[in-house]
Structures are given as structure tokens and as C-alpha cells.
Design a protein around this ligand. Structure first.
Ligand SMILES: Nc1ncnc2c1ncn2[C@@H]1O[C@H](COP(=O)(O)OP(=O)(O)OP(=O)(O)O)[C@@H](O)[C@H]1O
Ligand SMILES: [Mg+2]
Length: 269
């Protein structure tokens, strides 16, 4: 596997004003992500994970320090197309007016994108793999939050981006789907995508290549909980997720509608 650098950060600092107080969200972060690796970014709430992802994405600018994309020297990360940087934000950011399939197609539909026809097989593959095929015609408001999150992952991976920035991609998943999400990310890495995944999910950490800890805006070393070769881990995850999908098809899946929720838990009229 090539070990070429996809992005390098050096000496990144970022603070926010909150009233009289200055919050040092990032306090000198240096980081190098390589092609095809899956890196977990692990730290408590408020430690700076989302801020770091936002700076990598060019959604925010650091106060000081450098962000370098060797494949696109001199270009601001916020200007890079989805093929270079794809993002699964913590807030998901799906478009309400588009159904699941159209949301996933987004990067292909953009003027600089390859068009929907060119990626039809990839879309169908992602819909199947992430358990979304049955919901593809529904708007985000009519599927579960876990399904919305898997839709946002499929959208991010559609064009096999050089870099995936995923903020808590298993945050809304049960343990079987957390592994399904990991499997999809692992498959993208195998195709060359560098994946930076902010996560609280310790079960998933055994499946990543590298763990970076973050505390109060500083990167810290984290003990890896038993790293095994990625291929071996991937095989294990595939096996387990197949077992899970068999169990799922045995159980009855009831379509979810907002009306159902309201009639069960809403005010009684
Ligand atoms: N726009 C903002 N204005 C002021 N403070 C901010 C802003 N964004 C983030 N912060 C602060 O910066 C620090 C880092 O926040 P960040 O969102 O990066 O944390 P996080 O590690 O992603 O947390 P979580 O696990 O809860 O998502 C926190 O103290 C947060 O309150
Ligand atoms: Mg966050």
C-alpha cells in the first residue's frame, strides 16, 4: 500500500471567544494522514474533534498553523471538490427536499460531478450495503436517525474521495450497524481513501489502523486495544455483519413514519 501523505497539519491553533473567556479549542495540533489508512480521533466531549475536522474541511480557518493538501498545493481546503474531501458532519446535513437516493447522489449531481448515470452501480452498492435500499424514495424526515446517518455516509463515499472526514459516524447506530458502518469505511480505505473518524465507540477502535487521542485541544498518545491486521479484522466484520443481516431479515421490519411516533408518544387528542 502506498504511504503517500493526503493531508498534513502543523501547529494548528484555534480559539473561540465566549464572553470574557477565550476557549483554546485546538492548541498546537500536528498531524499527517496517509492514503488508505483509517485513523480514529478519540477524546471527550469538547476536546476539539469537530473543530479539527472543520479545519481540515476548510469550513473554519485556524488562527495559526498550516493545512497542506499535497495533491492540491495552494488551494484552500474549502475550495476542494467532493472527490478530494468528503464530509459526514455530526449534524448530518441531509437535504430535506431530496429523498435518500437523491441525497446520496448529491456529489454526482453537482456541476463538477460525473453525473448520476456514471455512478449508478456505486449508489446501488452503497444502498444495499448500508441497508437503505428499501428507503431510497423517502425523504430524510421519514427514516430513522440511524438511517439518516448511513445516508450521509453513503453520500460522502460516493465518489471515492481522497479524504473522508467522519464525525461520530456510528453515533446513531446499534452495535450491528456500527460494525456495518465500519465495514463500509474499511472498504473505502481499501480503495485508497484516507479516513479520519471522530468516535466515542470503543468497540470500533480495534478495527482502525491508528488511534489519535485528543484532550483539551492537544493530541495525546493512546494505547491501541489490540491491533490486528486490517484484512483479518475486515473479514471478521464482514462475517459478523452477514450474521446480523440474516437476523434482521428474520425479524419483521416495520416502516417508520413520523405519524407512528406521534400516535404512540404524542399528545392524546
Ligand atoms: N463556534 C464556537 N464558539 C465558541 N466556542 C466553541 C465553538 N465551537 C466549539 N467551541 C468550543 O471549543 C471546544 C471544542 O469543541 P468541539 O466541538 O471541537 O468538541 P468535540 O470534541 O467535537 O465535542 P463532542 O464530542 O461533544 O462533539 C469546546 O470547548 C467548545 O465549547
Ligand atoms: Mg464534535
Amino acid at each position: 500500500m502506498s504511504m503517500s501523505s493526503v493531508v498534513k497539519l502543523s501547529g494548528i491553533r484555534k480559539s473561540y471567544r465566549r464572553g470574557p473567556e477565550e476557549v483554546h479549542a485546538l492548541d498546537g495540533v500536528t498531524l499527517d494522514l496517509k492514503k488508505g489508512e483509517v485513523v480514529a480521533l478519540v477524546g471527550p466531549s469538547g476536546s476539539g474533534k469537530t473543530t479539527l475536522l472543520n479545519i481540515l474541511a476548510g469550513w473554519e480557518d485556524p488562527d495559526s498553523g498550516r493545512v497542506e493538501y499535497p495533491s492540491a498545493p495552494g488551494i484552500h481546503p474549502g475550495e476542494l471538490p467532493w472527490r478530494d474531501i468528503a464530509i459526514l458532519p455530526q449534524s448530518l446535513g441531509l437535504i430535506d427536499e431530496m429523498n435518500v437516493r437523491e441525497n446520496i447522489e448529491l456529489a454526482a449531481r453537482l456541476p463538477e460531478g460525473p453525473g448520476v448515470k456514471a455512478v449508478r452501480e456505486k449508489i446501488d452498492g452503497l444502498l444495499g450495503e448500508l441497508g437503505l435500499a428499501n428507503f431510497q424514495d423517502r425523504p430524510p424526515a421519514e427514516i430513522s436517525i440511524g438511517e439518516q446517518q448511513r445516508t450521509a455516509l453513503a453520500r460522502a463515499l460516493l465518489l471515492s474521495p481522497r479524504l473522508l472526514l467522519a464525525d461520530e459516524p456510528s453515533g446513531h447506530q446499534d452495535s450491528a450497524w456500527a460494525e456495518g458502518v465500519f465495514k463500509t469505511i474499511r472498504a473505502a480505505a481499501k480503495q485508497g481513501t484516507a479516513c479520519l473518524v471522530a468516535t466515542h465507540n470503543e468497540e470500533l477502535l480495534q478495527f482502525v489502523d491508528r488511534i489519535i487521542g485528543i484532550r483539551d485541544g492537544h493530541l495525546v498518545d493512546v494505547e491501541h486495544p489490540g491491533l490486528r491486521p486490517p484484512e483479518e479484522l475486515a473479514a471478521q466484520v464482514v462475517e459478523r455483519s452477514q450474521a446480523a443481516s440474516v437476523a434482521e431479515t428474520r425479524g419483521k421490519t416495520t416502516p417508520f413514519r413520523p405519524d407512528d411516533l406521534r400516535s404512540k408518544f404524542g399528545p392524546q387528542s
